[in-house]
Write a protein that binds this ligand. Structure first.
Ligand SMILES: *[C@@H]1O[C@H](CO)[C@@H](O)[C@H](O)[C@H]1NC(C)=O
Ligand SMILES: *[C@@H]1O[C@H](CO)[C@@H](O)[C@H](O)[C@H]1NC(C)=O
Ligand SMILES: *[C@@H]1O[C@H](CO)[C@@H](O)[C@H](O)[C@H]1NC(C)=O
Ligand SMILES: *[C@@H]1O[C@H](CO)[C@@H](O)[C@H](O)[C@H]1NC(C)=O
Length: 627
């Protein structure tokens, strides 16, 4: 482990110049260096519109312009050393931040900002596909913006005018790296996603890898295969692709770059492969390197007479933090920003201003956490919604006398609320979805009360959902950070060994919040402390651990339902966020409400999204003056 004190940090904290105006100043931490190899990759994933950086979190406050400067410097370094650097992005670029969501149409500024980065391999995530217009714009803008580098190995697009089905982009890409002329064969996948809008078609990976074009592509001469995908590293899809490529190429290094799970993660499918996932929300820039004798490893393909080459791999999770970016480039606040980077920073600042993203709805009296506080708890965002917001906003004037159960899935919330201004930007960060409240009137209480238990426990429902292809995976209800069962249980086990502060257990890996702004203070800043299959030295900045508590799939508020068992009403309105309708109907089948179907579901509050209801509540209940 290479540890270096970040000397720049102690001098420069508070002075760093790029990033967005008003963004929190970065704080120094002890740093681990990048281990360069012959082939090096920078990776972003699940950026979800955070291209302006995290203005309220000092650890991640660099913006897309800074990343452009960073990549420019690293490319130059690679050129000087005669090695190669590639940039990769694995999708879910949209939805989740005002910079994308607040404009009308959505993404009015985002597409032009995003395209400024020079990316060598890029693919689609599920968030580009939920809404038909989003997929249309992806096809109309981002695909041509990355004309030669956008890959869609298992994704088709349906032209709205002609109805013609075509590949979203080219299926794969073969190219040579700039300096060493390494032959790269690259693919771009999405996991077996099923709830996309009807203008795209996701082909299951298992079928794609049987197709002729794929079978031909894995027989191309390659020095390195680079498989990128909006796929969790522990998901079967990547394993299947790995097996198919490895069967044909016994000794060629295979590199995987994945996402979707919103975590920092790395593993190896065998000793000559590596897989990296680079977090979420533009908190992390993943760095991966392959070293060894890479050129011509294919000369004697698939033959036992060809000896395996010695290849080694390294990975680093770079915090999107200016001081860290200076450290890795050996530059400082004056020398780091390039003209191109500065331009993009300025374009983002203008867009944020035009969108009025700093408009304040009200001041959060304290931090409210998704997973850094247990649930239920006074500091839990879910407890706040359950006890304060939902009882107030889940009101239908015509049925205000009817007792009701109101169910919200925890995945409806995407981010913590920090003490201080809750701005227009915050709204989209915390709840970017357009879901509304629906209800089924007059459900027998004994039937309705069981729904939340089934949704949370998900035992029988889980199996029925798997059997019924019209019902999506139950895990979509929860937060994506808990989506991957393998990683999740591994993390839970780690936690059980160290501490078990809640019923749910907690994990070693959690995003950071900076609590100590003093540059003279040697204490570590809280942040990611990642343990992956390769070790516990992946993070570039050395942080102290943050607690993590698992949350249920759904939470519920009872309104107008008396406490005492003997006083319970005969029937209630069953109110829920429309997103979870398929699971609610399925749960009803198992709780004695088999007669209910889509025909019984009605809008509860018409024309207002859950996000707008929350916004109104904040305006009414939180002070406007944050000082
Ligand atoms: C997709 O759905 C929309 C509305 O639900 C419908 O108008 C359209 O014809 C459908 N398109 C295809 C290709 O099935
Ligand atoms: C940044 O580095 C340059 C070149 O090494 C040096 O001249 C300059 O004084 C440095 N600036 C700061 C603020 O440290
Ligand atoms: C930066 O913006 C200026 C002014 O718009 C423009 O003249 C210049 O070409 C831009 N430079 C780069 C590298 O994008
Ligand atoms: C399910 O949800 C209820 C209501 O919000 C909550 O009290 C309970 O702890 C949850 N149960 C599980 C097993 O997650």
């Amino acid at each position: 482990m290479v540890l270096k004190a970040a000397i720049v940090g102690s001098v420069l904290a508070g002075l760093a110049q790029a990033a967005q105006p008003g963004a929190a100043s970065p704080v120094a931490a002890p740093m681990r260096d990048l281990d360069w190899g012959k082939l090096n990759i920078l990776h972003t994933t699940d950026t979800h519109g955070w291209h302006g950086g995290h203005l309220k979190e000092s650890q991640y406050s660099a913006d897309w312009g800074d990343y452009i400067s960073f990549a420019e410097h690293l490319r130059k370094l690679a050129d000087e050393k005669g090695i190669d650097l590639l940039l990769v992005d694995t999708g879910d670029r949209v939805e989740g931040n005002g910079l994308y969501d607040a404009s009308s149409p959505k993404g009015k500024y985002y597409y032009d900002i995003y395209r400024e980065q020079d990316i060598d391999i890029i693919c689609t995530g599920n968030h580009e596909l939920y809404q038909a217009p989003t997929a249309d714009e992806e096809h109309r803008q981002t695909v041509p913006n990355f004309k030669n580098t956008y890959l869609a190995s298992n994704l088709d697009y349906i032209d709205p005018l002609t109805g013609e089905r075509m590949p979203m982009a080219q299926r794969y890409r073969k190219f040579q790296t700039k300096n060493q002329k390494l032959d790269i064969v690259a693919f771009g996948f999405i996991f077996d996603f099923t709830v996309n809008a009807n203008n795209t078609v996701v082909q299951p990976v298992e079928e794609t890898i049987k197709e002729q074009w794929f079978q031909d592509a894995i027989r191309e001469k390659a020095d390195v295969f680079v498989v990128i995908g909006h796929v969790g590293l522990r998901m079967q899809e990547f394993k299947d692709i790995f097996t198919a490529i490895r069967d044909q190429n016994w000794f060629t290094p295979i590199v995987f770059l994945g996402g979707h799970a919103h975590i920092r993660d790395a593993t190896a499918y065998d000793s000559n492969s590596i897989a990296l996932a680079s977090g979420r929300y533009f908190e992390t820039i993943g760095f991966l390197s392959v070293d060894g004798d890479l050129k011509r490893s294919f000369d004697v393909p698939s033959s036992s007479s060809s000896l395996p080459k010695h290849t080694s791999f390294s990975r680093r999770y770079i915090d999107n933090n200016l001081l860290g970016l200076y450290h890795h480039t050996g530059l400082n606040e004056t020398t780091f920003p390039t003209e191109h980077g500065r331009n993009v920073t300025a374009i983002i600042a203008r867009a944020r201003k035009e969108l009025d993203l700093d408009y304040n709805f009200g001041c959060a009296p304290k931090d409210l956490w998704m997973t850094r506080a247990p649930y239920p708890d006074d500091n839990s965002i879910y407890t706040w919604l359950e006890t304060e917001v939902l009882p107030d906003v889940a009101v239908n004037a015509d049925r205000s006398e009817v007792p009701r159960l109101v169910i919200l899935n925890t995945g409806a919330i995407r981010f913590d609320i920090f003490k201080g201004a809750f701005t227009r930007d915050t709204t989209y960060i915390v709840s970017p979805f357009t879901s509304t409240l629906s209800y089924i009137p007059d459900v027998p209480y004994e039937v309705a009360r069981k729904v939340i238990i089934l949704l949370n426990r998900s035992g029988p429902i889980f199996h029925a959902a798997m059997a019924d292809s019209s019902v999506p995976d139950v895990r979509f209800m929860g937060i994506p950070e808990q989506f991957d069962p393998t990683t999740y249980s591994r993390r839970q086990q780690q936690q059980h060994a160290s501490d078990s502060a809640s019923d749910f257990g907690s994990s070693q890996q959690k995003p950071l919040f900076n609590s100590n702004e003093s540059p003279m203070e040697p204490a570590l800043v809280e942040g990611y402390t990642t343990e992956d299959d390769i070790g516990n030295d992946g993070d570039d900045a050395v942080h102290s651990v943050i607690d993590f508590y698992a949350v249920p799939n759904c939470i519920q508020t009872e309104i107008g339902v008396p406490e005492g068992e003997e006083d319970k009403p005969d029937s209630v309105d069953l109110v829920f966020v429309d997103f979870i309708q398929p699971w609610v109907l399925l749960a009803l089948k198992f709780s004695g409400g088999e007669q209910y179907g889509n025909k019984d579901v009605r809008p509860f509050i018409d024309g207002k999204t859950f996000t707008e209801l929350m916004e109104e509540w904040i305006k009414k209940n939180w002070r406007q003056d944050c000082s």
